[in-house]
Design a protein around this ligand. Structure first.
Ligand code: MG
Ligand code: MG
Length: 248
């Protein structure tokens, strides 16, 4: 069931989203060669707790950390660790915060030092695809139109999207209906309504779309070892479009 949220609920999600954005601001200031993803995880957890929220991911399905930290060929759900980032890496940091029972969820892929032209293009296309998808959001539009816009944009650059990973509704649960694929057919799927809250999150591979999950049960890599990127915002459908909640 897809729910719409009350003004009170949206206000709580705005605060959860603001805290997630604050945490990303901290990440942006830290990412550099020599820094570890565990240091980033710990800094994010501090920001979330200092703002009277809790990390949505810690303990979710048994996930042990506050952030997902996914380097290079890791698409999503990577564990933060003590290995220093090196010049030329790209690192996706996915952050969720629970404020008074409501969640914000946002991922961003950061360049570490000087990155390759291929990596730069991947980051640019994936980030742009998020905003291409968001630009379709307004009441009365089919969700498939959003998915289609993301998929068409990404594949026009020769990149691919793994079909098994999607965006999602969000609210008092981190993952709610509907599932929001990053590939779709126009004019299909549920109709968007004012007050629906959605996490739109294109995940993109330079190479083929297939993925493999490591024996830790979480870390998802591109099967062909190609680079991957992930950009995500939580938004609410508004009278004339959408409002990004995971922003300052
Ligand atoms: Mg996320
Ligand atoms: Mg999400």
């Amino acid at each position: 069931m897809i729910t719409t949220k009350s003004q009170r609920e949206i206000q709580l999600m705005r605060e959860a989203g603001r805290i997630v954005a604050l945490a990303h601001q901290t990440v942006a200031s830290m990412v550099a060669p020599g820094v570890t993803t565990k240091q980033i995880n710990d800094a994010v957890e501090r920001v979330i707790i200092e703002n009277n929220a809790t990390p949505s991911f810690k303990g979710y399905g048994g996930f042990p950390y506050a952030v997902c930290a996914s380097v290079n060929k890791t698409l999503v759900h990577g564990f933060p660790n003590h290995k220093p980032l090196v010049d030329g890496d790209i690192v996706s940091i996915d952050i969720g915060a629970n404020y008074k029972g409501y969640h914000g969820d946002s991922a961003w892929t950061y360049p570490v030092g000087e990155i390759s032209d291929e990596a730069k293009k991947l980051l640019e296309v994936t980030k742009n695809s998020l905003f291409v998808g968001l630009s379709k959001i307004q009441p009365g539009v089919h969700l498939g139109d959003v998915s289609y816009a993301i998929g068409e944009y990404v594949t026009s650059f020769g990149f691919s999207l793994p079909i098994e990973y999607s965006g999602h509704g969000i609210g008092s649960a981190l993952h709610e209906d509907p599932s929001i694929p990053n590939i779709g057919t126009p004019g299909t799927g549920p109709l968007l309504k004012v007050g629906m809250t959605l996490a739109i999150e294109p995940m993109v591979h330079v190479g083929k779309p297939q993925t493999i999950t490591l024996v830790d049960g979480w870390t998802v890599n591109t099967k062909d070892g190609s680079l991957s990127a992930h950009f995500e915002h939580t938004v609410v459908v508004s009278d004339n479009g959408y409002e990004i909640l995971t922003t300052l």
